[in-house]
Design a protein around this ligand. Sequence first.
Ligand code: PHE
Length: 359
Amino acid sequence: MSDIQTLERETLSAISSAADEAALEAARVAALGKKGSISELLKTLGGMTPDERKANGPLFNGLRDRVTTAIAERKAALSEAALNARLSNEKVDVTLPPRPESDGTIHPVSQVLDEIAAIFADLGFAVAEGPDVEYDDYNFTKLNIPPDHPAREMHDTFYIAKQADGSRHVLRTHTSPVQVRTMLKQKPPIRVIVPGRTYRVDSDATHSPMFHQLEALVIDEKTHLGNLKWVVEEFCKAFFEIENVTLRARPSFFPFTEPSVEWDMRCDRSVPGKIAFGTGNDWLELGGSGMVHPNVLEMCGIDSKKYQGFAFGFGLDRMAMLKYGAPDIRSFFESDVRWLRHFGFAALDLPTLDGGLSR
Ligand code: PHE
C-alpha cells in the first residue's frame, strides 16, 4: 500500500508545484494520461481476482478522484494568478495628468454636438440617428414629397445608382428622414433630436456639400406652435449662453410641415468681424420648422386625429461658426491642423449645463 501512498504524494506534489499551465498539463499526462501512472494502476484491476478487485478498486479510484480534483484546483489557482498578474500589469492610473505632447483637439462641430445633446437631454429629448445613405422614400416620399413633385427641386440631391428593384438611394439632403424612422418604430409621445451629416450639391463660403443639421421632433397629444417657440428659445439661451433671446418668426413652406415657420435670432453685427447675440438690429437665420403635416403622421403610422407635433431643422455648422467665430464653412472640413489647433477644444472639457458649455 505504501507504493500507492508514495505515488499519491509524488503526484500531488508535482501538481502543486506546477508553475504554469504547461507544467500542470505535463503532471496530468504523467498521472492520468493514456500511459500515466494512475491509468496504468487502474488497468491492473482487470487482471485481479474479484476479491482483490473489491479491495483495490476503491483505493485506485479514490486516488484518481483526488488527483483529478487537485489538478482542477491548481488550474483554477493558476488562471486566477495569471489574471491578477495581467490586471496589475495593465493597470492604468487614470489620475495621472495627460501626456503634455497630446495636442489633439475636439473639432468645433463635435463640440457643438456635445453641447446640444447636453442642452436637449436636460429638456427630456433623446438622440436619434439614421444613415447618411437614405431611401428616397424616407428622404422625400414619406415627408409628403411624392416622386416628381416640384418640391424635390428645393434640394440639390446627390443620387446614388438605382437598385435592382428600380428604387433609388440618396445621400440624405436633410436630417428629416430620421423623423420618419423614429415615428415608424416608436409610439408617441416622441421627443428626439437628430444631429447629423447632410449632403447637397452646393459649395461656396457659406455652403459645403457635406454639412450638419440639428433636427428636433416632438409628437404628443397636445402640442402647438407655442411649445415649438419655447423650445427654440430655451435652446438658443442655453446654446449661445445669453439670457435675452429675441426670436423672429417668418412664414415659410416645407411640404412636411403645416404651418411652416423659419426662425431668426436677434444679433449685432455692427462691429466688423464681430457678432454679439441677444442685442442689435441684425438677424441670425436658425432654420426651418413647423407643425408636422398630418400626411406625414399618417404615412408613418401615427393617428393624426389623436396626435400632432412639431419639428425643426437648423444648420449646425453655421451655429458653430457663429458661436466660435470661424468665418468660412469650408475650412471646417479641410482638416488643416493649424485651423484645428486654433478652433479645437481640449478633449477633457466635456460640455455640461452646470459646468459651463464652452469654457
Ligand atoms: N428639413 C428642412 C430643411 O432641410 C428643415 C425643416 C425641418 C423644416 C423640420 C421643418 C421641419 O430645410
